[in-house]
Design a protein around this ligand. Structure first.
Ligand code: PNS
Length: 165
């Protein structure tokens, strides 16, 4: 619970780039919690296609009408960031069995690091069960269409990156 009695959840990720699968979870999460903080990881292990500033700008643009969706960046331990934000819940999307092992490990590690923080999982709505940032990038870079799978602004920026690559 936040200091002002708000229930705040953090939805962390690399968002390289934001997909409609992420958007779906964030919008649905924003109905469950008073506020949802989209926390964008500063240092993604591999070089991201979209820089941190771009990833932040995209998310701010997409959620500009949602007053209880906040976009922020974070580095260091996720549980420390969650505590710092006055939140006690981490939201993660869970698509398929292939996601399960990684998500289980992270949830258990985060729980060990800070037992006050709970991880909750949300299933994507059906059309997005197979959508991932990785596949979206691959399809666009090879000339395919990802229309309907990512926000319009992401689609446009992906096309621009392809043209300049
Ligand atoms: O979108 P992703 O790449 O699946 O998100 C992964 C993320 C950002 C949730 C994860 O890498 C993370 O929490 N990184 C912060 C570092 C940390 O706290 N590591 C220990 C948690 S197991």
């Amino acid at each position: 619970m936040g200091s002002n009695g708000e229930r705040v959840a953090v939805y962390p990720g690399s968002f390289d780039p934001l997909t409609n699968g992420h958007v779906d979870i964030i919008l649905r999460g924003s109905k469950i919690f008073d506020r949802i903080v989209v926390a964008i990881l500063e240092n993604v292990e591999k070089t991201p296609l979209f820089g941190l500033e771009e990833r932040i700008e995209i998310a701010r643009e997409v959620f500009k009408q949602q007053s209880n969706v906040e976009v922020d960046e974070f580095g260091g331990l996720l549980v420390d960031y969650v505590e710092q934000r006055g939140a006690d819940v981490i939201v993660r999307g869970l698509r398929a069995i292939s996601d399960f092992e990684y998500e289980l490990q992270m949830a258990l590690m985060n729980h060990r690091l800070n037992p006050q923080v709970e991880t909750i999982f949300m299933m994507p709505t059906e059309p997005y069960t197979y959508v991932s940032s990785k596949l979206v990038k691959e399809v666009v870079m090879l000339g395919g269409s990802v229309s309907g799978l990512v926000p319009k602004t992401v689609e446009r920026l992906l096309r621009k990156k392809r043209a300049s690559s």
